[in-house]
Design a protein around this ligand. Structure first.
Ligand code: NIG
Ligand code: FE
Length: 422
């Protein structure tokens, strides 16, 4: 669908199933008013799509003529359904002991090198049942959804063998079937080296990029791939092997890049035209330029920065100056960001990283949609897009970034249907 700078457009051929009036609408369409705000506007849906956005008076007379239900939003704000574009939502166990250790002065890297960190979650995840993994992930997904999230990217990466990675991706698909939310799956094949491959790194990478990717992709479980490119995880060459294999299969990529050091992972992500490069506390001007040129979204993860008590924030000015699109996500995971509030991530993106509220909200709507490759479907309120939107009892959109721990979401429509959970 073409990006429009005028969202007050009208479909002449379609009728409506339902219309919402008296909302203050932040379409989040770029280049329009701040937040893409519309005043005195109404929105109509047909099926699972936005059928019409236009002046409220027209909506009311047409709704009467068509005899369709009219919802009175009583001045609430309506925004596109939020998109959490980076989560590790499915895992067993907890890492609270590691949290205690870190507070006693042991670093994330030291814990990881001593066999804790991701490895301990791999052990707990391998020991868990699929039903248990699904139940705990459903709880986390529902907490995100209660804030108005309608799309969640879900990574595997705590199985690290074919059988358990398959279970994680199947559980992710099941989440999307059980809950009124859209799930994008990511095969995070290169997250950590499992102990059984400790003496054979190359062999592990070959399995991940070869037969395991093939099996999981052939089963329809993989929307994208991801790799943790870092000195405590995988090298540039190992990451590239995986990205190249994915590219051959036509699968897009994300890359965990520049979380702890600048290894040139952003440049690599850009070379493979990755959907996103994520974390980016350590990225230089050349990495930023490369991301801008390839249209790769920078996904900022302030929850992990906060939990690890990092002191070097991502160079937002450098990314901005280069013209990189910024997104914001929870990075929900047991180790570095046990966070199930995208609104808290919004606040942290502003307070810790210096995003403006408008940038931060674009980072969980329009730009997050690009980061998961769904920009033609979701992320803004425009005719033809899926009717995913959330209602908030707030005075202005920036309030979504301002509150600490409050949830002003008062309703959610997913695919044109009002959710009971909100
Ligand atoms: O995004 N950086 C790698 N992956 C996760 C952390 C995973 C873990 O520690 O369990 C992240 O921060
Ligand atoms: Fe992550």
């Amino acid at each position: 669908m073409q990006q429009s700078t005028d969202p007050m457009q009208q479909s002449t051929t379609r009728e409506w199933d339902r219309v919402w009036v008296n909302a203050r609408i932040a379409t989040m369409v770029a280049g329009a008013a701040p937040y893409g705000n519309l005043t005195g506007a109404a929105l109509a849906v047909r099926g699972d799509r936005i059928a019409w956005i236009g002046p409220a008076e027209q909506a009311l007379s047409r709704a009467r003529a068509l005899d369709v239900p009219v919802e009175d939003c009583r001045g609430q704000w309506m925004l596109p359904g939020l998109i959490d574009c980076h989560t590790h939502l499915i895992y067993g166990g907890s890492r609270v002991e590691e949290f205690e250790k870190r507070l006693c002065g042991i670093s994330y890297e030291e814990i990881a090198r001593a066999g804790g960190g991701i490895q301990s979650t791999v052990n707990a995840t391998r020991a868990a049942s699929a039903a248990g993994l699904l139940a705990s992930a459903m709880g986390r997904a529902q907490r995100l959804m209660a804030e108005g999230v309608t799309t969640i990217e879900v990574k595997s990466g705590y199985g690290l063998n074919l059988a358990v990675e398959r279970i994680l991706l199947e559980v992710a698909r099941e989440l999307g079937r059980r809950l009124p939310v859209s799930v994008r799956t990511t095969y995070l094949g290169l997250h950590d080296l499992p102990t059984e491959f400790a003496a054979d790194r190359a062999g592990f990478v070959e399995q991940v990029a070869g037969p395991w990717l093939e099996a999981l992709a052939d089963a329809g479980l993989v929307d994208a791939v991801d790799a943790f490119c870092e000195n405590i995880a995988f090298t540039l060459a190992e990451t590239e092997r995986f990205l190249a294999a994915a590219q051959t299969r036509g699968l897009p990529a994300h890359v965990h890049a520049g979380q702890l050091s600048d290894m040139g992972a952003a440049e690599l992500a850009a070379r493979y035209r990755a959907l996103s490069a994520d974390h980016l506390e350590f990225v230089g001007a050349s990495g930023a330029r490369a991301l801008a040129a390839s249209g790769t979204v920078a996904v900022l993860l302030p929850g992990a920065f906060f939990m690890l008590r990092q002191t070097t924030p991502p160079p937002v000015n450098v990314l901005r100056a280069a013209g990189v699109s910024l997104a914001v996500a929870t990075d929900c995971n047991p180790g570095t960001s046990p966070c199930t509030s995208l609104l808290l991530a919004l606040n942290m993106a502003c307070t810790l990283f210096g995003l403006t509220p408008e940038e931060a909200i674009a980072g969980v709507t329009r730009n997050a949609a690009r980061a998961v490759g769904l920009e033609t479907l979701v992320g803004t309120l425009e005719v033809g897009k899926r009717a995913d939107f959330a209602f908030y009892q707030i005075d202005r959109p920036a309030e979504l970034c301002y509150n600490l721990g409050a949830n002003p979401c008062v309703g959610v429509v997913f695919g044109g249907v009002a959710r009971a959970t909100a």
